[in-house]
Design a protein around this ligand. Structure first.
Ligand code: ZN
Length: 266
């Protein structure tokens, strides 16, 4: 590998394995639903491995190797966020022949009447951590926290990641509430924006995402996890118009989209 290529390989970056969300889009795979792969200071981890995460990761033009993951984070137990969790544990640990890796998930994804992580796979993991509101964690060289419990069915957390000179927030499924802006302040903010127009659903809608961008003024905001109404409205167009109105750099994720984060470092 040449020096510049090697440098690029080491850069902080993320790949959207899928930008689809909610039931119809995921059921019909109108957009892929594999979650987001992160590489921060060389620590690789996967957030919200929805249906197809393993297939998207291994087939990706970015050639992502599940056996190099150090961890998997699940924001909540809905299938569009964890449908592939068991496949990913198996892939990360080479079918359990190489126990390794850490899993972070809310309590109702792990215990209770209807947990989503199979018990026979659990010994394959180095560690299983139950996420708690306001708690902080370390994974490799990454520090992260779950700033606030979300307003969404079940126990749901987003994440705020930190490495030297860079903060990244992931606002997972939630109904809008104004404090989100303060809790998720970061250089780069990823928002799950399921719906285009405001409704009663416990999800973020485009006008609410715009309001958050206006308040937070990140260096980059990325919209993802689109339901049908967002897809019909053309997410890249929605993002461009939001950028024009707010003056914030806002882009829409797409399936397989890679974002080099090095330019957002302080
Ligand atoms: Zn959900």
């Amino acid at each position: 590998m040449t020096e510049p290529a090697k440098q690029a390989e080491q850069n902080d970056r993320l790949v959207f394995l899928g930008c689809g969300g909610a039931r119809i889009v995921v059921a019909k795979q109108i957009r892929a639903s594999g979650g987001i792969w992160f590489c921060l200071e060389g620590t690789q981890f996967l957030v919200d491995p929805g249906p197809g995460a393993l297939v998207r990761m291994t087939a990706s033009r970015h050639r992502l190797d599940p056996a190099k993951l150090q961890g998997i984070l699940v924001s909540h137990r809905h299938l569009d966020h964890c449908g592939d969790i068991n496949n990913m544990i198996e892939a990360m640990t080479m079918g359990g022949t190489q126990p390794r890796g850490r899993l972070f998930a809310p309590s109702d994804a792990l215990e209770g009447e209807d947990p989503v992580v199979l018990h026979y796979l659990r010994p394959f993991l180095e560690d299983i951590v139950t996420l708690k509101e306001k708690a902080s964690y370390e994974l490799g060289k990454v520090r992260f926290s779950c700033p606030i419990r979300h307003r969404h069915r079940g126990e749901v957390y987003g994440f705020r990641f930190e490495v030297s000179g860079l903060t990244i927030s992931y606002i997972a499924d939630t109904a809008y509430f104004p404090e989100l802006a303060e809790y998720y302040q970061a250089d780069v903010v990823i928002m799950n924006v399921v719906r285009y127009k405001v409704s009663q659903l416990d999800h973020l809608h485009a006008p609410e995402a715009e309001e958050l961008a206006r308040k937070m003024r990140p260096k980059l905001a990325v919209l993802t996890h689109f339901g049908m109404t967002m897809i019909k409205a053309k997410p890249w167009q929605v993002a461009r118009e939001m950028s024009e109105r707010t003056g914030v750099n806002i882009v829409a994720a797409s399936d397989g989209k890679k974002i080099d984060l090095s330019q957002y470092h302080q």
